[in-house]
Design a protein. Structure first.
Length: 264
């Protein structure tokens, strides 16, 4: 199981900040009590309320979806899924949204529950722009596949609740395990809540800030691996990510790709 960015200082701080939520939620979470599951990420009252209501039809269903980890695009063989992890962030999410808007691209935002709770305006802005939501757990614990089922349940379901409340009632459509730390239990739990487990095919490694050129080169070299591309909009300076998106989105269009969402 690939561990995506284990040991990051920012995620360590997110985990520490969420421990209080975890301790209380493990004992009291109503959403945990609702779950009845049976069973790696990488493939080999404001204007926003109307947007939330409009999105609820597409994103609000809790109908059970496939438990397998999705990598394909709803646009078919020449489709690309842009996925944005770890936000929302009040500095970087708006910049990412602007680049996506300029290029006419819709993306899937995999949100950390505590971030969504802290920045509900950003969650609503993502929805208002026509993007989709994904549950990325409460505290981004990349070792959660080694934790108890009760812990996994709390991480997934409490994040789902935080994101849904921050959005104004629109539920996440996908679940992405931090670092690809899926388990059969977590996949079944997410699917039972209407969230398709979501992997990735191209890890841009933008979180490590290798340089804009390196991020762009990774996408160009690895897009043949599959359509789902991983970027980040939180956890530090994301200038390179924004600049890379500004360069790579037009290039993908020039290569004949279209942009879609992960299959459900």
């Amino acid at each position: 199981m690939v561990r995506h960015g284990g040991g990051r200082g920012w995620h360590g701080r997110v985990l520490a900040a969420a421990l209080g939520v975890t301790a209380v939620a493990a004992a009291t979470s109503v959403w945990t009590a609702q779950a009845d599951p049976s069973g790696g990420g990488k493939a080999h009252g404001d204007a926003s309320a109307s947007a939330s209501a409009a999105g609820a039809g597409a994103q609000g269903s809790a109908a059970k979806v496939d438990v397998t980890i999705a990598h394909s695009s709803d646009k078919g063989a020449r489709g690309v899924n842009i996925t944005i992890d770890d936000g929302p962030d009040p500095t970087w999410t708006p910049k990412v949204l602007e680049v996506l808007r300029e290029n006419g691209v819709k993306a899937t935002f995999c949100m950390v529950g505590t971030q969504a709770k802290a920045h509900p305006d950003m969650v609503k802005a993502v929805l208002a722009a026509g993007h989709r939501l994904c549950d990325h757990t409460v505290s981004h614990d990349t070792a959660m596949d080694h934790k108890s089922q009760a812990y996994q349940s709390q991480q997934i379901l409490d994040a789902e609740k935080m994101i849904t409340e921050a959005s104004g009632g629109v539920r996440p459509m996908y679940y992405r395990a931090p670092g690809g730390a899926f388990t059969p239990y977590s996949r079944q739990l997410a699917a039972s809540r209407g969230m398709r487990p979501l992997g990735w095919n191209v890890d841009t490694k933008d979180f490590e800030r290798p340089g804009t050129a390196a991020i762009v080169a990774t996408v160009k070299q690895e897009i043949h691996n599959g359509p789902t591309v991983l970027f980040h909009d939180a956890g530090g300076d994301r200038t390179q990510t924004v600049d890379a998106l500004r360069e790579i989105l037009p290039w993908l269009k020039q290569q004949g790709y279209s942009f879609g969402f992960p299959v459900r």
